[in-house]
Design a protein around this ligand. Structure first.
Ligand code: PMP
Ligand code: GLN
Length: 381
């Protein structure tokens, strides 16, 4: 058996969601909304199922969706992509990440990975024979550390993984950090694999800046997105990869043997959704920011030190100032068993040199769900 997988624990998202089901707890762990999602997009999918669109579509994705992705990014970010040679549809961002890493990383290559990191990156880097080189981001600001990045680079460094907006830290990187990373990529000839699944989930008027739009990064960035997060339909697993033709050509070879194609009916619905007006996306942000504020206010009034959430479905509390003498993992176990609220220990997003005092709560829930969770958390501290 392959030890890379045999030795892995179950992913924390499944562990906590299973605990929530077993214990009948409110699940503020894994990130998904508890409403059914936009009706018109779901109707488009149902219509596509009922009226064709059920056989293998083209390997790279249906042309309508590839065009819609290119149009969407041109409109929102001024990034011009050729839909036929620079855009591919995948079965979720998870597949896009896996295919990008397997398609690019060669044995012996070093890949810079910022911790906290999404948990799917590192096993796949290792499967490809690469070596992850970990860099630690520090709460409460989680900024990209230029000196540490430069110090970690060796002649074998080829890639950098960037997740922006960053799950679980809920930070949206400012232009300054992205330009700094862009300069380093060009100086050392690195390609950035950029996980931007949370690109539309940014708050308080913040702008998501795709790394591919930073000067000099157009041909050395793999941009990964997910319809799941854009429309609050996380189970749909429609991902996008955008990259220069010479890179995408290789990623397509990985895709053809990972999933080959992606359900065409959902692609039709996502193509429709990407054409929605700016108002839809801005309203989604405003609604989520309101839920964020509701949970943040509630947790603050219970005495939790809440960290700023600039984007994503998440907000974090830092237990360190409370002097609880309890790790994030122990805290999450206690609250799910004794108070019936599931959350995620942020140490699960580290491989070494863990931050062990931060706990992540998902706020993309109905008011009543958040209020009940807050009631249950009343006597935790
Ligand atoms: N990357 C990050 C940072 C995520 O938070 C998620 C999922 N929630 C993914 C990738 C996976 O996205 P998908 O569900 O489209 O596979
Ligand atoms: N992205 C979601 C989260 O961070 C869920 C990911 C997953 O279930 N693998 O909670």
């Amino acid at each position: 058996m392959n030890k890379i997988f045999a030795d892995l624990p179950n992913t924390i998202f499944d562990v906590m969601s299973q605990a929530a089901r077993d214990l009948n707890a409110i699940n503020l762990g894994q990130g998904f909304p508890d409403d059914p999602g936009p009706l018109d997009i779901r109707e488009k999918a149902a219509d596509a199922v009922l009226n064709g669109y059920n056989q293998y579509p083209s390997m790279m994705g249906i042309p309508e969706l590839r065009q819609a992705i290119a149009t969407h990014y041109a409109h929102w970010h001024g990034v011009q992509l050729d839909p036929m040679s620079e855009v591919m549809v995948t079965s979720g961002a998870t597949e896009a990440l896996t295919g990008s890493i397997l398609g690019l990383v060669q044995p012996g290559d070093e890949v810079l990975v910022f911790q906290p990191m999404y948990d799917s990156y590192v096993p796949i880097i290792r499967l490809a024979g690469g070596t992850p080189k970990f860099l630690r981001l520090e709460p409460p600001h989680w900024r990209l550390p230029e000196e540490a990045i430069r110090a970690a680079i060796t002649p074998r460094t080829r890639y950098v993984m960037l997740n922006n907006p960053l799950n679980p830290a809920a930070v949206v990187y400012p232009r300054e950090d992205l330009e700094m990373l862009g300069r380093i990529c060009q100086e050392y000839n690195l390609i950035a694999i950029c996980d931007e699944v949370w690109e539309h989930v940014v708050f308080d008027g913040r702008e998501h800046i795709p790394l591919i739009a930073i000067p000099g990064m157009r041909d050395r960035t793999v941009k990964i997105g997910s319809a799941g997060k854009m429309f609050g339909l996380t189970g749909w697993k429609i991902g996008f990869v955008c990259a220069a033709p010479h890179i995408l050509r290789v990623l397509a070879k990985a895709h053809q043997f990972i999933t080959f194609t992606t359900p065409p009916n959902l692609q039709v619905a996502v193509a429709y959704g990407l054409g929605k007006s700016d108002d839809y996306f801005l309203q989604m942000r405003a609604d989520l920011a309101r839920s964020r504020d509701r949970l943040s206010k509630g947790l603050t009034s219970l005495g939790f030190p809440v960290l700023q959430s600039q984007g994503t479905y998440f907000l974090n509390v830092d237990l360190a100032p409370l002097g609880l003498n309890e790790s994030d993992v122990a805290f999450c176990k206690r609250i799910v068993h004794e108070h019936k609220v599931a959350a995620i220990p942020v140490s699960a997003f580290y491989e070494e040199n863990h931050v062990t005092s931060v706990v992540r709560f998902c706020f993309s829930k109905k008011d009543a769900t958040l209020d009940t969770a807050l009631e249950r958390l009343t006597h935790v501290l």
